[in-house]
Design a protein around this ligand. Structure first.
Ligand code: NAD
Ligand code: UGA
Length: 435
């Protein structure tokens, strides 16, 4: 099939590369000319494991191409996927749909009759109806089907998640659109991936409810971790013990410095705005958002307390800046709260991240960025592990201890075990476990 993807960020480029891997012929369109030039030059402007090879293979096979020319990009498309950003709107925090609506207005006249416009961006309930209204206004009488196909991939494991999802959700309002979507995802059907066909409104709510539920799970285990610390229990054992109950499940029970990223924070906020507009109560999601915001600041307070109540003039070495490992994405990363709080308290911050530095340099002023973990800890009053990159799981602990001014290791991701760290001579502080 001939498909077009509008927007080549994390979701757009991964979808495009994977659809071309299925055998479809995919054209990517972006308004960012630099981005398109990079793809055309064989560079991948984002860091996502395995993505470069997948793109190269499909570009060589003539199944994947890139352009800024929308008319050229959509002229033969059987389906056009919209994968543009839907960030938090300034002011009220609802989803900013201006990129989605602008894309729809731009492509309405250009798509062939009978084309399917698929919304892959995360959008509030009712957006498919709004897109239909725009189409009726711009191209009255033209047959264009609108579909809602939310995406559930995670950054860092995006290709695996796209090629082997737990399910695909497709909201449709016509039989012909359903047939087109079934054909697009046929390779996954063949692998017995469940595909849930539903209406657009239900598909739109599924996406927000899934992200909100996962956020609740994380905020919950973070609060249980705090309880464990005060009552002398071990949150890792608690997570294991509750996760063995299949009704609870063992995923998303890792406590940490609070969830971040380009999705959970903005999507929980947008869902709250939707609920307000609908006069519905979402108290659990509100409590989750509040707890998560507090938690990031609380992490800085913990570091300060561990440093004897003051970090004034002290150097703090930070390991990991991105919101999670295996991505270069800094959007809403806990580091963006923890580091400024430490700086406000007078700390000098030295930081290392394997992939996040280019973005972090623009977002974190007055931080000394270095090129490896050992440089980050040199002569520091404490080391704070903020993102659990694999390379931080096997540090040379003797070397780290020797470089630190004080042997204080604050592990906000529970990468190490308290007994091992005590044996290695550290004063070790982690999450939800007694020191
Ligand atoms: P992103 O910010 O990384 O990329 C968006 C891209 O769209 C940019 O390259 C931008 O230049 C381009 N764009 C904007 N307007 C355009 C237009 N009119 N025509 C062509 N290109 C245009 O975004 P992302 O992280 O890929 O997220 C996209 C959507 O997918 C969001 O709604 C997000 O919530 C959702 N989502 C993201 C993830 C994730 O892991 N990042 C996962 C699931 C769903
Ligand atoms: C998340 C969802 O997992 C995806 O299903 C969804 O498609 C995506 O949002 C989206 O809508 O964009 P992502 O943000 O890439 O994916 O990454 P996650 O692995 O979910 O992590 C999000 C945050 O939660 C990170 O800060 C991570 O450190 C934190 N987290 C996650 C925990 O603190 N504990 C956990 O057990 C899991």
């Amino acid at each position: 099939m001939r498909l077009t993807i509008i927007g080549t960020g994390y979701v757009g480029i991964v979808s495009a590369a994977c659809f071309s891997e299925f055998g479809h012929v995919v054209t990517c369109v972006d308004i960012d000319a630099n981005r398109i030039a990079e793809y055309n030059a064989g560079h991948v402007p984002i860091f996502e494991p395995g993505l470069g090879d997948l793109i190269n293979r499909n570009v060589k096979g003539d199944r994947l191409s890139f352009t800024t020319d929308l008319a050229e990009g959509v002229k033969d498309a059987e389906a056009v996927f919209i994968a543009v950003g839907t960030p938090s709107r300034r002011g009220d925090g609802h989803a900013d749909l201006s990129y989605v609506f602008a894309a729809v207005r731009d492509l309405a006249k250009l798509v062939p009759e009978g084309c399917v416009i698929v919304n892959k961006s995360t959008v509030p309930v009712g957006t498919a109806s709004e897109v239909e209204a725009i189409l009726a206004e711009v191209v009255p009488g033209k047959t264009v089907h609108v579909v809602s196909n939310p995406e559930f991939l995670r950054e860092g494991s995006a290709i695996e998640d796209f090629l082997r999802p737990d399910r695909v959700v497709v909201g449709v309002s016509s039989e012909s659109a359903r047939k087109v979507m079934a054909e697009i995802y046929r390779p996954l059907f063949l692998r017995e991936t469940p595909i849930l066909f539903t209406d657009c409104r239900t598909a739109e709510v599924i996406k927000y409810a899934a992200n909100a539920f996962l956020s609740v799970k994380i905020a919950f285990i973070n609060e249980i971790a705090d309880l464990c610390e005060t009552v002398g229990a071990d949150v890792k054992g608690v997570a294991k013990g509750i996760g063995m109950d299949r009704r609870i499940g063992n995923k998303f029970l890792n406590p940490g410095p609070g969830y971040g990223g380009s999705c959970f924070p903005k999507d929980t906020l947008a869902l709250l705005r939707t609920a307000e507009q609908a006069n519905a109560k979402l108290r659990i999601v509100q409590a989750t958002v509040d707890a998560n915001d507090d938690r990031k600041k609380e992490m800085a307070r913990r570091v300060i307390a561990a440093c004897g109540g003051s970090v004034e003039g002290k150097t703090i070495g930070i390991l990991g800046l991105t919101f999670k490992p295996n991505t270069d994405d800094m959007r809403d990363a806990p580091s963006l709260v923890v580091i400024p709080e430490l700086q406000k308290a007078g700390a000098k911050v030295r930081a290392y991240d394997p992939e996040g530095r280019p973005a972090a340099e623009k977002m974190l002023p007055d931080v000394e960025f270095v090129s490896n973990a050992y440089q980050a800890v040199e002569d520091a009053a404490a080391v704070v592990l903020l993102t659990e990159w694999n390379e931080f799981r096997a540090l040379n602990l003797d070397r780290v201890r020797g470089l630190l001014r004080n042997p204080l290791f604050i592990d906000l991701r529970n990468v190490y075990e308290p007994e091992d760290m005590a044996r290695a001579g550290f004063h070790y502080i982690s999450i939800g476990r007694s020191p």
